[in-house]
Write a protein of this length. Structure first.
Length: 390
């Protein structure tokens, strides 16, 4: 029995990392009997039902991914965490291979494969192995994220690594019917938040900058030093103040020396740099705000405000509104003007000069007059009796 591989299949297999399907072998003129003989001889391997590796030995990661997407069939694509791995959104290899397939497809489950059924699978037209577009991948990951921070991380990472743009992500978000945290993610993708490139920067905006009424800084402010471009996370240019946020992932190990050199260089131009980490911003945002507000106030910014009664910004004393201030001042002045003892205040409670008597005062006077008239009547009666006796 001839087991010669047809030229057509020899050309196709390398394009798919050496993996082919039963339909492809049949189209190339290779029968099931020949394929079975190749597998039995050990020249080929069966990976999934109807999916074969045209070589012996171990499978590369790319060959495994090709086998999965070929098994899912036409219109399917690698998605979610597996697509993130291919796009460079994640440095981790997903334990499961995630696939998105059309809703009308019936796919028998296989170990290690996680099938996501979708009415719309946006497959990238040129990338191989087939995968969802990077924008669709990001929105898929946001939908399945365990919390808002994780969802924000996928978006900021995609933008920060220049894999896509806020505009493209916003279009992908609007095309989905159901997305968790839609309003928060839409705000993150708005032009006002351009330059927010990490979860920590988003937390700073949400928990430090906005609640305490800081001025809007220049985000990712670019400068050049010694012929190299440098970027400052937040630059309050009018107040010569820089805020740098050091996430553990974004600033590992030796890169802190680069940060120190950058801070020293900024100091020579009159800039003050304040540097905070994840714990500072997420656990003690008001303390961070108080320090930044003090520096900004020393350089002419007067509008920072505490976010609550216990907030230390501005000494932690919330400033009353003008209407409340005037009413409180009037009450204090009134109390000082009265200058009465407790007894005299209680004796004249509710009485003001020139005002008519209260109802209770009228009732008291009427009772007294009645008692006097009654006493006079009893006196006249007694006098009349004495006259009769005489």
């Amino acid at each position: 029995m001839a087991t010669e591989i047809p030229p057509r299949l020899r050309e196709l297999a390398p394009l798919q990392c050496g993996v082919v399907t039963r339909a492809q072998t049949l189209a190339a003129g290779l029968s099931d009997r020949v394929v079975g003989a190749l597998i039995k001889r050990g020249s080929w391997q069966r990976i999934y039902p109807g999916v074969y590796a045209t070589f012996s030995g171990g499978l590369s990661r790319e060959a495994v991914l090709w086998a999965a997407v070929l098994y899912a069939g036409p219109g399917a694509a690698l998605s979610h965490h597996t697509a993130a791995e291919l796009w460079g959104l994640s440095s981790e290899t997903s334990s499961l291979i995630h696939l998105s397939a059309p809703a009308d497809r019936r796919i028998v489950r296989q170990p290690g494969l996680l099938i996501h059924v979708s009415v719309r699978v946006a497959v990238h037209p040129a990338q191989n192995p087939p995968r969802t577009r990077v924008e669709e991948t990001v929105i898929d990951l946001c939908k399945s994220a365990r919390d808002l921070d994780t969802a924000v991380g996928w978006i900021t990472r995609a933008i920060g690594r220049r894999l896509t743009t806020p505009d493209k992500l916003r279009v992908a978000l609007e095309s989905r019917r159901r997305v968790r945290w839609r309003s928060e993610l839409a705000e993150l993708l708005s032009p006002d938040l351009a330059g927010v490139h990490s979860v920590l920067e988003y937390r700073y905006l949400r928990d430090v900058e906005r609640p305490h009424r800081f001025p809007v800084p220049r985000r990712q402010a670019a400068s050049r030093r010694n012929g190299r471009s440098q970027y400052q996370d937040m630059l309050y240019e009018a107040y010569q103040t820089v805020v740098e946020l050091d996430g553990q992932v974004a600033h590992p190990g030796d890169s802190r020396w680069n940060d120190i050199r950058r801070d020293n260089a900024a100091a020579t131009t009159g800039l003050t740099t304040l540097r905070y980490g994840w714990h500072d911003v997420t656990v003690t945002p008001c303390q961070v705000a108080a320090e930044i507000a003090a520096v900004l106030a020393g350089r002419g910014y007067p509008d920072a405000r505490p976010c609550s009664a216990g907030c230390p910004v501005g000494g932690g004393i919330a400033r009353p509104s003008p209407a409340r201030s005037s009413s409180v001042a009037g009450a204090e002045a009134g109390r000082r003007t009265m200058g009465m003892s407790g007894r005299s205040r209680s004796a004249t409670a509710g009485r003001r000069p020139g005002n008519p008597l209260r109802l209770s005062d009228k009732r008291t006077q009427t009772g007294r007059a009645a008692r006097r008239e009654s006493a006079k009547g009893r006196e006249r009666t007694r006098a009349a009796r004495e006259g009769d006796t005489r």
